[in-house]
Design a protein. Structure first.
Length: 258
């Protein structure tokens, strides 16, 4: 594996240039998505659910799901950037081939792409935080720590996405990791209900999912709370990010370098 130098920033800058040309389209979903969810769940479902137990106290359902919406957005933005978007640029637009004809190494190209996915997660999280905070659902200043956390989460899910990009035979096969991994995380990582309500075996599975730890941290920071448990969540996400980042680099090298 080649050494990764700061040249990977050039790949990041290239993606930023493309983003600026279409920023209005990318800006709208994270702006409207929390409004739709808060309206549907906060106004509609919340009346039926009532309060939710959290850390030995009762909170409203809208307080419970608001941080989870940010976490899910972090996952989606980085994962889809390094799966469908990367696959199209790799095979159809031949962008990767063009970059590999420059002094950039493959590892620098992939690193730049993963870091751009993490940047998109940060942008989406910041926009959603701005919307959600208008409802008084984020406690500041501790809530600002969600921003760097969004970047770490973006690295984690962006690396997972790039790993699958290095594995799938064709673009349609991305349906498998979405169905078998992303959707279960979306539903069972403490997003829409506490994982304590699941059976014991399902709680153990949920504890192994990276989104569970991200949701836990974002939720605590949104409430302006810090605990020693968060250090465990942070360590898990950091190790997960490192392992899958290295794995993604190796899988992409095996696929593209013959």
């Amino acid at each position: 594996m080649h050494t990764i130098t700061k040249r990977f920033i050039r790949v990041w800058e290239r993606n930023l240039t493309v983003y600026r040309k279409n920023w209005k389209i990318s800006f709208v979903p994270p702006l409207l998505e929390p409004l739709f969810y808060l309206l549907a769940f906060g106004v509609g479902l919340s009346a039926l659910v009532g309060n939710v137990p959290y850390e030995g106290r009762q909170i409203t359902y809208i307080q419970f799901i608001a941080p989870a919406l940010i976490s899910v957005s972090i996952m989606y933005n980085s994962f889809f950037e390094t799966t469908y978007t990367s696959y199209v640029r790799m095979y159809y637009q031949k962008t990767f081939d063009a970059m590999m004809s420059t002094p950039l190494s493959l590892e620098e190209i992939i690193t730049g792409k993963i870091f751009w996915g993490a940047t998109k997660s940060v942008i989406a999280a910041a926009i959603m935080m701005a919307v959600i905070s208008m409802f008084g659902l984020i406690s500041f200043p501790l809530g600002l720590a969600i921003i760097p956390l969004a970047f770490l989460g973006g690295i984690a899910f962006g690396s997972v996405g790039m790993l699958f990009t290095g594995m799938v035979a064709n673009i349609d096969q991305f349906n498998l990791p979405i169905f078998l991994l992303v959707t279960p995380m979306f539903l069972f990582s403490g997003t829409f209900f506490p994982i304590e309500t699941l059976p014991a075996w399902a709680q153990q599975v949920a504890a192994a999912l990276p989104l569970t730890h991200l949701v836990d941290m974002v939720r605590s920071l949104s409430y302006g709370e810090m605990s020693s448990r968060l250090l465990g969540d942070l360590a898990y996400l950091a190790v997960f990010s490192f392992v899958f980042f290295i794995w993604a680099l190796r899988k992409m090298r095996a696929r593209l370098i013959k």
